[in-house]
Design a protein around this ligand. Sequence first.
Ligand code: BGC
Length: 557
Amino acid sequence: MQKKWWHNTIGYQIYPKSFQDTNGDGIGDLPGIIAHLDDLAELGINMIWICPVNKSPMADHGYDISDYDEIDPMFGSLADMKHLIAEADKRGIKILMDLVVNHTSSEHVWFQKALQDPDGEYGKYYIIREGKDGKEPNNWRSIFGGSAWERIGNTDKYYLHLFTKWQPDLNWENEKLRKEIYAMINRWLDMGLGGFRIDAISHLKKDFAYQNLPADGVDGYVNGFPYFRNVKGIEKFLNELKRETFQPHDAFTLAEADDVPPEELEDFIGENGYFSSIFDFCHTRYHVNDPKWKDRPVEMINDLRDALFKKQEYVNGSGFLCNFLDNHDTSRSAERFIPRDNIGYHSMSTLGSINFFFPGIVFLYQGQATGMRDYRKKSIDEFKDPTTFNMYKGYLQEGMTEEQALEKLNVESREHARTPMQWNSRENAGFTTGTPWFAVNPNYKEINFEAAKNQEESLYHWYKKMIALRKADDYRDLFIYGDLIPAYEKTDGVIAYKRSNQDRSVLIVCNVKGTSEKLPFEGRVKKVLLSNYDNVNIGNRELSLREYETIIMETEK
Ligand code: BGC
């Protein structure tokens, strides 16, 4: 495999609205990111992905861009962005912006022109169709709920929006539009970006047959994924996109591409794939509160382990998946994978290790290494996101009471990951001197970055040590290019694997449950590299693990 500059990526995702405010308006900004570059460098981070900071009316918190070439004033200016790229560069950190090109904001000038003249030049930048019998062109459900179509004024025309109605889908069949997008991408790359995280990319191609299908919900709509996700023909757009933009810049690209069929993974992330890496969400569907696993957390861990290994088996060393646990679209991983009463240092450090040393690249999310938790809301009014409101409406339609709907949101809402970053125990967790745009979790007095850094045994230090190990001269190549060999796959609640190459072998054993475990152990330990307890119990032919214990050790080959 040809070595690439990004193969040893230790990435960090920033949700800019909630990272650090520097001007007292209660919203995080680019100078706030610059102010923490040293903290991130100290942790060992060498790549930062920033969720969208382009000009936006913020209907979907920035994933609705109204001007691709501008920075939204709430975050700062273009000069701030250039400054950030340069300052990050000095610390060996590359910056990724979020590339949102499946759709624009409805306030983008292209769309405004399209509304004025749906049959004109800009109407062809979007997907506009005649209605049928006074109704939408078909009954596809938007990914965020409700119809995927919105009527244009009093006309019989509708535009397609797979997300909110403020996010009209672009028409990638139109070559002129594609060229405009490529030119825009190149303008950003020329500024020295490391690359992009690419939003919702698997939806670029739509099946233009537009079938009306039997409804699958009480709302009368149907999930249209087979017609707008990973649709045949998308490869033309993805190859062209790479050729015209990323490839000539040797840029790193991390695509949000869910459920790519196993046989197509190589096309996506193989040596000549469309992207450097992809987010695969196979493990984000596991939740200790899901009725499927309720009160059976160990079974959930077994299923989670099988899903993680299966995905790696599909990739089989031919490309780099992104190994992540948290992101801005999910609740906090600790709350998803660990029963509430068990959440603490040992369980969270163990959770952090289950895929950290997998082949692929690593991405942490802000607050993950500080142990930030979900903030349960007492009322629907405390939420901020249109998808949350749509989900709430849907739950009520399905017959849930308001209390039940709120309880479900308190488990599922993606907004839990978006509460302001907890930096210290001072007012508003040190996030802002103003009024935070979204309430700070009151647990910030105990759970915050400064406290985690000052404690000898903390999640922060665990992540820092894991990062240092992944990057260490002696082990770097092993963790990037070595084989992955699952271990103890039949043991309940254990996720364990070996990384092995010609020279070395490292065993990572995570006991992801609240009870102890004894494992047969034939190997010879060369060196214990990391352990989340003070000592390890490795006896003659036996490995004793306490609850949520993790051991990472080099063994004789
Ligand atoms: C982003 C979401 C966003 C959606 C629409 C995604 O998958 O991660 O946060 O709401 O795309 O742009």
